[in-house]
Design a protein around this ligand. Structure first.
Ligand SMILES: C[S@@+](CC[C@H](N)C(=O)[O-])C[C@H]1O[C@@H](n2cnc3c(N)ncnc32)[C@H](O)[C@@H]1O
Length: 254
């Protein structure tokens, strides 16, 4: 009788492998089935649209077409971000993204910041509170900006960004692009931002993943990536939903 000293034969191993694969496949089907059932229930129950919408927003983070960069690779915990007590500004994205924006401003120590899209001043407040930078923030005219600090470090320019032309002396260490989200505006703002970023400077885009409602940030960023720019989706937390994208220019930041 032949005694097997070296473990199961190749045939036995391959049959064990294929039954493990079958078990895993069955488990995956069962889990996906539960998930699909849960989603269907959610979609057809009353008052569930906001929840379903959040699920969809989260899902688009997975389909962004941009590789991820962890927040910890840009910001570190030696510089805790300063956060506004009213961390609920409308149009300001998820809390994780406001924290990420603040942490990046604190870590990169920019001396000059350009922001497209001031709105109520919520993101400008966080850029201001977390840096010593001079900040130029551009937005269409509006009657009030409750969060915008009245401080000599902040210059508000009320103009259509498509008509604004940077001066040769306009040079920035950090640009935050969050004004018009249609293709023309995103392209205009991004090209102007990239044109006046210093070597080693950083550009950030908000709403980098949502592809509907006329939002074209994701389309523009995918094109930018195809043209050779290493733009990435910043992974700030598990439940990111608007999507912050980041591009760090080559060169030494000042
Ligand atoms: C999403 S909000 C900005 C939110 C802000 N960054 C924050 O997080 O607190 C977008 C802003 O872009 C402005 N905007 C839209 N189109 C613009 C344009 N062509 N030029 C300048 N600002 C524009 C809108 O007026 C609006 O206030």
């Amino acid at each position: 009788m032949e005694i097997e000293l070296s473990g199961p034969s190749a045939a036995a191993r391959s049959s064990a492998d294929s039954s493990t694969r079958m078990v895993l496949l069955a488990r995956a089907f069962r889990e996906r089935g539960h998930l699909a059932l849960g989603m269907a229930r959610l979609l057809f129950s009353r008052g569930s649209w906001p929840t379903a919408h959040v699920c969809e927003l989260l899902a688009y983070v997975r389909f962004s077409g941009l590789p991820a960069l962890a927040l910890t690779e840009v910001a570190d915990d030696r510089h805790g971000p300063i956060l506004h007590p009213a961390l609920i500004g409308p149009g300001s994205g998820s809390i994780a993204e406001v924290v990420a924006l603040s942490a990046i401003a604190a870590a990169l120590k920019p001396k000059s910041i350009l922001e497209f899209g001031t709105h109520d001043g919520f993101s400008a407040w966080h850029l201001w509170a977390n840096s010593q930078a001079q900040i130029l923030t551009i937005d269409l005219p509006r009657p009030a900006r409750p969060f915008l600090p009245q401080d000599p470090r902040i210059r508000l320019l009320e103009a259509d960004s498509r008509e604004w032309e940077p001066l040769p002396s306009d040079q920035f260490d950090l640009c935050f692009i969050d004004a018009g989200h249609d293709y023309e505006c995103v392209r205009n703002d991004s090209e102007k931002a990239l044109g006046c970023l210093r070597p080693g400077g950083t550009a950030l885009w908000h709403d980098a993943v949502w592809p509907r409602d006329g939002f074209a940030v994701n389309r523009y960023l995918r094109e930018l990536r195809s043209s050779g720019h290493d733009v990435r989706l910043l992974r700030a937390g598990f439940y990111d939903y608007c999507g912050l994208a980041i591009l760090r220019l080559e060169g030494k930041a000042r």
